[in-house]
Write a protein that binds this ligand. Structure first.
Ligand code: NG1
Length: 387
């Protein structure tokens, strides 16, 4: 999909002059869904769709931002910024400004132009890519070369400004993924380990054509899953999921939950502990080049997200069925859920067959399908720090 040149947009809006450009990819989570905010490891890939940002330092504290799609915004970078109306992209600019302020004392604002070929509200992390990109632009314009650990201290919390109580997976992935690898991310303490993807495996990201607008309606549902998991954990007397899993087998924890928790705590707790085990087994499957096992782990994750966490919908379920019926090794909803995308695993030499099957079984019955937006080959690519 052709996109504008961000430097050209910057000059067109704010006049000619030197600029720097940075690029932040989207991400697809392979496995480890709704567990990052419980500080359990997850395994995403960065994908070859990105937000590109051209920026230039200003001598005052104004932040001016132009977007080819969302319109232009500007405000003064004051210590306490008021949120804009929910859903306005200015909140991501303000979230970045607030995030930076938590750790660094910077003086200079920026002019910035943003272009993107990353579909929004699709579970591909366009919002975190935007937050991360603006944060990097503010830092770099002020001469700060922050490392991964420093950025991870401020970015996930920065996102709270936009109203989501999310975890750090998206920021870690869009920063630190490596070419042709998934990224095993730990949160306590934060670390990122590349896990090579065997060359005979490939991924598709398929949009269900139902939208997960996380800064809008699905937010309360998302936050409720987090609260139910944490509350189940507390009722069983643990301080963290890592502690629970270190002391007991998944089977024992399931039995404890069955006898001592009610729903939704019981279901959400069960999803978290079983999903954590699936992340470990998925890493082993990748290390052994075992696509069949990885596929069955993805399928099991979808069942857990559908039945225990209850964040799927009828379209995502049908999409997953269409993928497996088309020869995929496995498939699951990916991201926050309540719409958005599924990630589909297949043999690299069967990618086109699976793609055609999904079009026939799923998209042919629906309107609004745009192949280059809704059905992407997700080639694992490098994050913003390694591009
Ligand atoms: P997406 O799919 O980008 O909305 C959200 C959270 C992640 C994680 C997933 C579910 C944010 C920024 N992202 O991702 O941290 O919790 O849901 O696994 O809150």
């Amino acid at each position: 999909m052709p996109t504008l040149d961000p430097a050209a947009l910057l000059s067109a809006r704010y006049g000619p002059g030197p600029s720097a450009v940075l690029s932040v990819p989207g991400r697809v989570n392979l496995i480890g869904e709704h567990i990052d905010y419980h500080l359990l490891p997850v395994l995403p890939i960065a994908i070859d769709r990105r937000i590109q940002i051209a920026f230039r330092r200003r001598e005052d504290r104004r932040i001016r931002a132009a977007s080819d799609v969302f319109g232009d915004r500007e405000f003064d970078w004051t210590p306490r910024l008021q949120a804009s109306p929910a859903g306005d992209w200015e909140n991501y600019l303000k979230a970045a400004a607030m995030a930076v302020q938590q750790k660094w004392e910077l003086r200079a604002g920026i002019d910035v132009a943003v272009v993107s070929d990353l579909p929004p509200a699709a579970g591909l992390s366009s919002s975190s890519a935007l937050l991360t990109g603006i944060t990097l632009a503010l830092l770099r314009a002020n001469g700060v070369d922050a490392n991964f650990e420093e950025l991870m201290q401020v970015l996930p919390e920065g996102e709270y400004f936009v109203g989501t109580r999310g975890g750090g997976m998206d920021h870690a992935a869009v920063l630190a993924c490596r070419q042709d690898c998934a990224l095993l991310i730990h949160f306590a303490p934060v670390s990122a380990t590349p896990v090579p993807i065997p060359p005979d495996l490939a991924f598709l990201v398929a949009h269900s054509l139902t939208t997960a607008e996380k800064s809008g309606g699905a937010r309360a549902e998302y936050n409720a899953r987090r609260t139910a998991g944490s509350s189940g954990l507390r009722q069983l007397g643990f301080d963290s999921f890592a502690e629970a899993l270190a002391q007991h087998s998944v089977g024992d924890l399931k039995a404890m939950a069955a006898s001592r928790l009610r729903d939704p705590e019981q279901r959400c707790f069960r999803h978290v502990i079983t999903e954590s085990g699936r992340v470990t087994r998925a890493v082993e499957a990748l290390e052994h080049g075992d696509g069949m096992t990885l596929g069955s782990i993805l399928n099991a994750s979808h069942v857990s997200l559908r039945d225990d966490l209850r964040i799927s919908n009828a379209d995502l379920d049908e999409l997953v069925v269409a993928a497996t019926a088309s020869g995929a090794l496995g498939a699951r909803l990916t991201g926050a859920g309540f719409g958005g995308c599924a990630v589909i695993l297949c043999r690299a030499n069967e990618l086109e067959k699976v793609r055609a099957g999904v079009v026939e079984r799923y998209y042919a019955r629906r309107s609004g399908f745009v192949p280059e937006v809704h059905l992407l080959a997700a080639k694992p690519c490098a994050g913003a720090l390694y591009l």
